[in-house]
Write a protein that binds this ligand. Structure first.
Ligand SMILES: *[C@@H]1O[C@H](CO)[C@@H](O)[C@H](O)[C@H]1NC(C)=O
Ligand SMILES: *[C@@H]1O[C@H](CO)[C@@H](O)[C@H](O)[C@H]1NC(C)=O
Ligand SMILES: *[C@@H]1O[C@H](CO)[C@@H](O)[C@H](O)[C@H]1NC(C)=O
Ligand SMILES: *[C@@H]1O[C@H](CO)[C@@H](O)[C@H](O)[C@H]1NC(C)=O
Ligand SMILES: *[C@@H]1O[C@H](CO)[C@@H](O)[C@H](O)[C@H]1NC(C)=O
Ligand SMILES: *[C@@H]1O[C@H](CO)[C@@H](O)[C@H](O)[C@H]1NC(C)=O
Ligand SMILES: *[C@@H]1O[C@H](CO)[C@@H](O)[C@H](O)[C@H]1NC(C)=O
Ligand SMILES: *[C@@H]1O[C@H](CO)[C@@H](O)[C@H](O)[C@H]1NC(C)=O
Ligand SMILES: *[C@@H]1O[C@H](CO)[C@@H](O)[C@H](O)[C@H]1NC(C)=O
Ligand SMILES: *[C@@H]1O[C@H](CO)[C@@H](O)[C@H](O)[C@H]1NC(C)=O
Length: 758
């Protein structure tokens, strides 16, 4: 059935010209919202007519042949929906009008000539003919937010996003095909200038009649007026059998190419996207808002001292939650302080630019200036600004710091004096912490920074897994001589890692084999702190974590006693060719590692960042179930940056790139390392292997090639995990859901794409 539909569809597309003589809607026909509500195209794929919108009806073109009734065009999209008593009348005198019961008339189309017939074509184009069977109006020439196969977005036209998926009224983003050959995205209501654009094709100067085209095979490209392809957005060549493609600028401001398989009753899936950073579209958050990324989704916050105008409508922005008074008056009820918001950028609309050495002076300069309402500081440049602040967003890789002037009534100041609030700027770190507390989403960043700077870990005791060993839950303390005895004088070495050397030993009268790890490069730690750490680690129990049985803190000697894993590490299994693992085994291993990390990240009362996920730290028990070892040690060990090989062409091994930058390290660093391990598991090779040809040597890069060629879904998860920008990486929970097939795996951005937009 679907194939037949599709055949007809193809036929319809390829014979659009020939079909000019054909019509299936005659003068005098009419539609009502409830009975005979639409005119179908021949194959039944598209329909023109009424569709439900909110509590009423709108008129437009929609995909009728699939379960998801997708609207692709709407007439008079900003008019309110009509009631069930309306009539769409193709009048005998050749007008297409919407009539309300009260007799109000609205034109649906305004052809240049008088119409004699109309047709809903199988391409999705609704056309009106004159008496010479010439097309005098078509929906393809009046696009809203969608481009269909065969449709072109010509110079001087633009697509405008909808308010939301369910409200087809004009939203706040546009995609303009300019007369300079440039295809550019802007917020609605801004001039066509570079400072407002948030995406551009880079084809300016390529002639004045360039158009955006979408072909049947998903090829999306720009064509100049002499018919030369000047830029490919997608390569095309996607399957054409039973598949339709459409391009749409979505309500979130990003334009995407979607495909839909008519054979399967699935949904549309994204095959290309103009951006993968949901905060890119300028103005998503409205005035004085701040766009942040949370697990790949955009989230709007208000700047400090501001409150949301309408919680449900991000674009309504934020307004000050205090009334500003004359800032000079000393006896007013208002005092002003500067609140810092790190890693934040917005539209530069500064009225003064100062060269200042330290950020504290920038803060003070704005505080003293009654005209200054906010300031940004970066690289010795202080920019003073007035409200409103537009296009604010969090950029983790940017070292910009923003200061916002916030007024607080003096009674508040008096009450909070003991907390260290002072007008004097500069030592406001505490204030920053307190005030940002209200902005829950900023906190992970702050704590990430705190962790990075001070390596402060907050463990709380938790006991969320099953013990399984039947032993006392907390690990016991051993003396050094105990351990000497257990290991027979540290006789048998099992392995050597970055944190120390591991020896084989036995406890319980030689009944149980254990692994004793002698920690090297341990930070100077008091015995009490060490014991606290050990107790905390000892109380984490999960089937995918190695169990800590005991520890020893004896002067200089610090040792840990773990359960023994008879099958070595994942590295032994994976990189030694004699023990081949089948595909299912490897995916099962990946799932179990992810579960172990999920436990560390989310399932304990407080979070543990492992910081050193790699195959050498994943041990295999007798059933080849992987268990993560060395978790919780990051706090005890000295940072060992020299060990990582940063010299080789951006290779990071398993270490997330933010470690090498001055950036906060969060749980996403573990996701990165996991991504590398997953790619290794899938491709059955080391992450860096110089024995291979150069283009294959770095797994991350080679994997992206593989992905482009074959579309292996698990590989794609790995690619998501190893994205450079931590906020774009999925959480480990999402990784697990993707591995288990519970959630869809979106197409990852190309790593080079992200690098080039930085
Ligand atoms: C629907 O329209 C067709 C012709 O266009 C007509 O024959 C039929 O009676 C109409 N059905 C209803 C319920 O009005
Ligand atoms: C759709 O959005 C517009 C613009 O925000 C709003 O005025 C209109 O009421 C909304 N329509 C419906 C049906 O919700
Ligand atoms: C369609 O419009 C014509 C002319 O305005 C009118 O005579 C006719 O009654 C209308 N038909 C319907 C069904 O409203
Ligand atoms: C279209 O592009 C081709 C190839 O770049 C160029 O030769 C031609 O002059 C262009 N046409 C116009 C109208 O710019
Ligand atoms: C571009 O299109 C406009 C309007 O269709 C036309 O007037 C103009 O001559 C065209 N320019 C070129 C170079 O084809
Ligand atoms: C775009 O891709 C097509 C093949 O799909 C190729 O023939 C063409 O040269 C490409 N155009 C540009 C400008 O890269
Ligand atoms: C299609 O999308 C809808 C709504 O987004 C969702 O509920 C449904 O599960 C999806 N179906 C498939 C097959 O993915
Ligand atoms: C304004 O909002 C901040 C949080 O952003 C809050 O701490 C402060 O008390 C509010 N001020 C007023 C006057 O409501
Ligand atoms: C959201 O707020 C903006 C700005 O105030 C307004 O233009 C728009 O209509 C609102 N949208 C909705 C859906 O209410
Ligand atoms: C707050 O403190 C100022 C001096 O710092 C004092 O003049 C004022 O009366 C105090 N206000 C209240 C409400 O206690």
């Amino acid at each position: 059935m679907a194939s037949l539909l599709f055949f007809l569809l193809l036929l319809a597309i390829s014979t659009t010209e020939a079909q000019q003589g054909e019509s299936n809607v005659n003068l005098g026909s009419f539609l009502t919202p409830t009975t005979n509500s639409s005119w179908l195209s021949r194959s039944g794929l598209y329909a023109f007519g009424f569709y439900q919108q909110a509590n009423g009806y709108a008129v437009g073109v929609f995909l009728a042949g699939i379960s998801e009734k997708t609207v692709v065009w709407t007439a008079n999209r900003d008019n309110p929906p009509v009631l069930a008593d309306a009539t769409l009348n193709f009048t005998t005198d050749g007008r297409l009008i919407l009539q309300s019961a009260q007799g109000k008339e609205t034109n649906i189309a305004s052809p240049s000539d008088s119409a004699t017939s109309a047709s809903m074509l199988d391409s999705g184009n609704f056309v009106i003919y004159n008496s010479n069977k010439k097309i005098i109006w078509q929906s393809f020439d009046n696009p809203t937010n969608t481009l269909l196969q065969g449709q072109r977005l010509r110079a001087r036209n633009e697509l405008v996003s909808s308010v939301s998926e369910s409200n087809q009224s004009a939203g706040i983003f546009r995609l303009a095909m300019q007369t300079d050959g440039h295809l550019v995205q802007y917020p609605v209501g801004t001039p066509d200038t570079a400072e407002y654009s948030y995406w551009a094709s880079g084809t300016n100067g390529q002639g004045d009649n360039v158009s955006l085209c979408l072909d049947d095979d998903g090829h999306l490209y720009l064509l100049n007026s002499t018919g030369t392809n000047i830029k490919n957005l997608t390569g095309g060549g996607y399957p054409t059998k039973d598949t339709i493609y459409l391009m749409r600028i979505d309500a979130d401001g990003i334009f995407r190419l979607y495909s839909h398989n008519l054979d399967k009753n699935g949904n549309f899936s994204v095959i290309w996207s103009s951006s993968y950073v949901k905060c890119d579209p300028k103005g998503l958050c409205g005035l004085n808002g701040l766009c942040t990324i949370n697990d790949q989704d955009a989230n709007c916050l208000c700047l400090p001292g501001f409150a949301s105008v309408d919680q449900r409508n991000w674009s309504s922005g934020c307004v000050r939650n205090f009334t500003a008074e004359s800032c000079k008056s000393k006896d007013g009820n208002m005092k002003y302080i500067m609140q810092a918001v790190p890693n934040t950028v917005w539209e530069d609309n500064s009225f003064a630019i100062l060269s200042i050495l330290i950020k504290e002076d920038c803060e003070a300069a704005c505080l003293e200036d009654c005209n200054c309402e906010a300031a940004t500081y970066k690289d010795g440049i202080c920019r003073k600004q007035k409200l409103p602040l537009r296009f604010g967003r969090r950029v983790l890789s940017d070292l910009n710091i923003a200061f916002i002037k916030v007024g607080i009534s003096t009674s508040t100041i008096n009450r909070t004096e003991p907390m260290g609030r002072e007008e004097k700027s500069g030592k406001n770190i505490l204030i920053l912490g307190i005030s940002l507390g209200a902005f829950g989403l900023i906190m992970p960043v702050i704590s990430g920074i705190a962790f990075y700077r001070n390596r402060v870990w907050s463990y709380r005791l938790s006991n969320c897994g099953n013990v399984g060993t039947g032993m006392d839950v907390s690990p016991r303390s051993f003396t050094y001589s105990d351990l000497e005895k257990m290991t027979n004088g540290f006789k048998e070495e099992l392995g050597r890692g970055s944190s120390g050397t591991v020896y084989k030993g036995t406890i319980w009268n030689d009944q149980k084999i254990v692994a004793v790890k002698r920690l090297e490069k341990v930070l100077r730690e008091g015995e009490k702190e060490f014991q606290t750490e050990m107790k905390v680690i000892g109380r984490t129990h999960h089937k995918n974590l190695v169990c800590l049985l005991g520890y020893c803190h004896d002067g200089e000697n610090k040792l840990l006693v773990y359960e023994y894993m008879s099958n070595g590490s994942l590295a032994d299994i994976l990189f030694k060719p004699e023990k081949k693992l089948c595909w299912n085994e490897r995916i099962e291993i990946a799932r179990n590692i992810a579960k172990g990390i999920l436990y560390l990240h989310e399932e304990c009362e407080s979070q543990i960042i492992h910081c050193d996920i790699k195959p050498q730290n994943i041990l295999m028990d007798e059933y080849r179930c992987p268990k993560i070892s060395d978790f919780g040690l990051a706090k005890l060990l000295k940072p060992d940056q020299t060990n990582t090989n940063t010299a080789i062409r951006g290779t990071k091994g398993y270490v997330a790139p933010e470690w090498h930058r001055n950036q906060p390290v969060t749980i996403k660093a573990d996701v990165y390392s996991f991504g590398i391990v997953l790619l290794e598991l899938i491709c059955y090779r080391k992450s860096v292997d110089w024995d291979l040809p150069e283009e294959e040597a770095i797994l991350e890069e080679w994997a992206y090639y593989c992905f482009q060629a074959h579309d292996l879904s698990k590989l794609v998860i790995g690619l998501w995990c190893v994205l450079d920008e931590p906020s774009l990486r999925p959480s480990i929970k999402k990784v697990l859901l993707m591995l288990e097939g519970t959630v869809d795996i979106p197409i990852p951005p190309s790593p080079t794409y992200l690098l080039s937009t930085r």
